[in-house]
Structure formats: C-alpha cells, structure tokens
Design a protein around this ligand. Structure first.
Ligand code: NCD
Length: 312
C-alpha cells in the first residue's frame, strides 16, 4: 500500500486532498471491513475521540462514535453546548484547547466557515471538520465519492446530478471539489434563488464540465447515472418567507424514478425532509441509507489512518 498521508493530519477542507489520498482512503475502507471484530478492536485501544457540536447532528456524530468504538477507542464530547462552559462565556479557542487536552483527535461541527482551520491551528491534536458553515463537510464528501465507487465501480465518465439547495448546502461544495479530481459531467439542479455560489467554486468551475438547470426534465433524467439530492437548508435562510416559496419544490418519487435510467443511484447526505419520497426507499436505486452506513466504515478507516502511521 502507498504511504499514509493522513497520519496526524487535520481534515479541514476537501480541497487539501488529492486523488491519491482518496484512493488510499478508499482502499483502507475496503480493507477495514475484512478485519475480524477482534483485529479491528485493537486499532485504537486506549485512544479517545473528543468532539464538540455547535450545530445539530445525527449521522456525523453517531457514525464517528460508532466508528471509534469499532476500532476499540472511546469518544467523549459535547453535543449540547447549552450544557457546557461556552454558556459561561468561554472562548472558542479555550474550548478547543481543553478538548484537545483530553483526546487524541478532535471532531468539530460549527456554523462558521473557517472554524475548523482555526481550531487546527490551536489544537495540538488532529482536528476533523464535521461540517462548518455553508462550504465544508470533507468527510461527507469522501464517503459520498466512496459510495459512488461502490455503486458504479468508477467515477470517471459518470453524469452526476446534484439537486436541491446548492446555495447553502455545504455537502454540495465539498462534493464538487472532491469530484473535480475526476472526469465527470456535473448537472446542477436548483431553483434560481438557490443556485450555486459561483465565487465559492471559482477556481475549479472552468475546468469542470458543469451544466446548470432549474428543472428535472426528461432529457436530463435520462442522462444521469447518479442523483445526489439535498435538503433545503431552512436554518440558513435569512428570511423564512423565502424558504416557504420553494419548500417541496423537488420530490423524487416513483414517477420521477420511472423517467430515470433504470440503474440510477440516488444518494442523499441525509437528513431528508420532503425531497425524496419514502415510497422509493426499498428500490435498488435508493442508496442513501447504504451511504450512511459507509460513513461509519470510511470514518473508521480515516480515524485509524490519523492515529497510526501504519493503520493496521
Ligand atoms: C449534512 C450537514 O450537516 O451538512 N448532514 C450530514 O452530515 N449528513 C446535511 C444537511 O444538514 O442537510
């Protein structure tokens, strides 16, 4: 196997990683699933993942905790900042410094862009960005691309639709940057008020095959190998009246599925609200819960690689 470039490294932005890094991590993710429970449980024995979540989370926090437990480590953290000293006025810097005293790796979710980069400068332990602001969610993008590989056996040559809230959805930006390492056609589908922020992808947009749409037309649906559907980010809307105008605009259901390629893979970072109908959950096309379960495997591999030069 290639050298481990993840050892002791902070995972702040997807932009910091190359296609070789992805290949290394995806191989490691495949390999960790072949270990026995006992072998796996030795990897992080005695080591601790510390976390703090300034925003809600279900999958990111639980999959990291489950991942850390599966490699024999432990997790401790704060998922409800109302119960922490932040409420007494403690600074972000002091909070991060303290968590890094008690842990071997630090996971943070925060509403501000740049919060993870700043934390990585303060902490002497590697920092993992579990979602920051509206631009970065690097481990989500890694698991999204891993899921595409698992489903399609390749990424190059695919047509990938990214649908929904392209303005505020941070997983979208991280995914586009991750995909910029591959030769793909990207179809961006959103209402015009939720179009991608061009200034946030300016350095890659010209080198990618990117097409903009406002509707899921038959021609478009017939072209897509992968549909990556996202939630409208209600909490990031400055005006809720604006949210109400577009709520429920795209709904992927049996009727939409009928108009797609028969082997289209439907991904979603979750949580979903009303953009994918639960009536298609049991179809072979619905990959979103499998994707969430890959989250645990990929994060186990990632933690192993951050903690040990030779992960296992
Ligand atoms: C996403 C997030 O927090 O950005 N959740 C996740 O980690 N899968 C997506 C979202 O909130 O819509």
């Amino acid at each position: 196997m290639a050298d481990n470039k993840f050892f002791k490294r902070s995972i702040v932005s997807i932009r910091d990683f190359t296609v070789d890094d992805f290949t290394y991590l995806f191989d490691l993710t495949d390999r960790i699933q072949t270990l026995t429970t006992n072998e796996r449980g030795e990897i992080a024995k005695g080591l601790i993942l510390g976390y703090i979540f300034y925003e809600y989370s279900t999958r990111t926090r639980l999959s990291f905790e489950s991942a850390m437990a599966s490699i024999g480590g432990r997790s401790l953290g704060i998922s409800d900042i109302d119960s922490s000293s932040i409420m007494k006025g403690e600074s972000y810097a002091d909070t991060i410094k303290t968590i890094s005293l008690y842990s071997d790796v630090v996971l943070i979710r925060h509403p501000s862009d740049g919060s993870s980069r700043y934390a990585s400068e303060i902490s002497d332990k590697p920092v993992i960005n579990g979602g920051s602001g509206s631009e970065e969610h690097p481990t989500q993008a890694m698991l999204d691309v891993y899921t595409i590989f698992k489903e399609k056996k390749r990424v190059d040559g695919l047509s990938i639709g990214i649908i929904g809230d392209l303005k505020y959805g941070r997983t979208v930006y991280s995914l586009i940057y991750a995909l910029s390492n591959y030769d793909v056609n990207i179809h961006l589908v959103s209402p015009s008020m939720l179009k991608i922020r061009n200034e946030s992808i300016y350095d890659i947009a010209n080198n990618m095959k990117m097409f903009h749409h406002t509707e899921l037309t038959d021609d478009l649906l017939k072209e897509l190998d992968v549909m990556y559907v996202t939630r409208i980010q209600r909490e990031r809307f400055p005006d809720l009246q604006e949210y109400k105008k577009i709520q429920g605009l795209y709904n992927i259901d049996e009727n939409v599925l009928k108009r797609c390629k028969s082997d289209v893979s439907i991904l979603h970072p979750l949580p979903r609200v009303d953009e994918i109908s639960s009536s298609i959950d049991n179809t072979k096309n619905a990959v979103y819960f499998k994707q969430a379960s890959y989250g645990k495997e990929l994060r186990s591999a990632l933690l192993s690689a951050l903690l040990h030069e030779k992960p296992f």
